[in-house]
Design a binder for this molecule. Sequence first.
Ligand code: SF4
Length: 121
Amino acid sequence: MEKRNLICIGCPLGCPVTVELDGRNIVSVTGNTCPRGDAYARKEVTNPTRIVTSTVRVSGSITGAATVSCKTRTDVPKQKIFEVIRGIKDITIPAPVHIGDVIRPDVAGTGVDLVATKDVE
Ligand code: SF4
């Protein structure tokens, strides 16, 4: 029986959660204070994902902004995070940019769009 110790990232409490596995089967989840911790732990040991946040360069902003913040619209597989970051590091987009604009569709082949999280005029 394998034990995986995790810290739940569902809220600032950061509960220590233990998952017991029998091969690929989850036998138990303990230590969570609420159901979100159980769901997080089960997903983390079977299909861990994260939203990636970053910035990309902007050209021609009338306010002089050099970058705009961005994020993947939804979670991407954890093992794809570095590919996503590599895929966006050389992007420069022209101003104006608005919240929700798609900066890079299907970023790093994840099927998830990279979108702006700020307005830049
Ligand atoms: S288990 Fe619940 S209370 Fe504990 S960190 Fe996760 S979300 Fe917060």
